[in-house]
Design a protein around this ligand. Structure first.
Ligand SMILES: C[S@@+](CC[C@H](N)C(=O)[O-])C[C@H]1O[C@@H](n2cnc3c(N)ncnc32)[C@H](O)[C@@H]1O
Length: 216
């Protein structure tokens, strides 16, 4: 039947292409090791907060066949794309990315279940009214200290000096972490993998400020 030109057109319905983004359970304590089922149960897993386009996790898993990595990415689009990419590359048994706000998930993680936490180039918010979006703060640090295994590592890097100074003083003041060397500042890390933003900084000769801590 030809469309009736007098009848109002229905408003286009917005369909979220990432409505099916992988999620974690809404409530209760969370053990990220349980995300992986396989012949070998993983020990403490690595956590990447805000993987964005996700190349660090992909490379990390490709380089170390013994590594298990979970990403928490607030943007549904990137969580979905990267999680699917991991599966396509045969890495889904050791790597997953969930569309979650790390600030809500980390406080729910079970004790001593993480081997290492990566926070690469977080918080691209500069306006005062956006301060509430900052991921690194006392609640996140409290959750990380609890969830890290003894001697577990916390690695942070940024290309914004003011942010590096702020992170360093916040983490030092928290008291749950100690610098791996005399100072937390390190020249480079040894993970092999590079985050997308890190790769751009290296290409463009932009200084990167790196901090490495261990759980006290
Ligand atoms: C500047 S980008 C850096 C992306 C990537 N880590 C890199 O180094 O290329 C910051 C990332 O953190 C994510 N993010 C911001 N707040 C977050 C939160 N509370 N929980 C999880 N991810 C978050 C953003 O969506 C974005 O992908």
């Amino acid at each position: 039947m030809p469309p009736d030109s007098d009848s109002p057109r229905p408003a286009p319905r917005f369909v979220d292409p990432y409505a099916h983004a992988p999620r974690l359970p809404d409530e209760g304590s969370l053990d990220l090791r349980a995300v992986f089922h396989g012949p070998r149960a993983p020990g403490p897993v690595e956590l990447e907060i805000g993987p964005g386009r996700g190349w660090f996790t992909v490379e990390r898993l490709e380089l170390d066949p013994g590594a298990y990595v979970v990403g928490l990415e607030i943007k549904r689009k990137w969580a979905t794309i990267v999680d699917e990419r991991l599966k396509k590359r045969g890495l889904g048994g050791r790597g997953r990315v969930f569309a979650e706000d790390a600030r809500l998930i980390v406080p729910r993680l079970v004790q001593e279940s993480l081997a290492r936490v990566y926070l690469h180039f977080p918080d691209p918010w500069w306006k005062k009214r956006h301060q509430k979006r900052l991921v690194l703060g006392a609640p996140l640090l409290d959750g990380l200290v609890r969830a890290l295994a003894p001697e577990g590592e916390f690695f942070v890097q940024t290309d914004v000096l003011e942010r590096a100074e702020r992170y360093e003083s916040e983490i030092d003041a928290h008291g749950g972490f100690r610098p791996v060397q005399a100072t937390a500042r390190i020249e480079d890390h040894s993970y092999g993998a590079r985050s997308p933003r890190e790769r751009i900084a290296i290409r463009d000769g932009i200084p990167v400020y790196r901090l490495l801590y261990q759980k006290r």
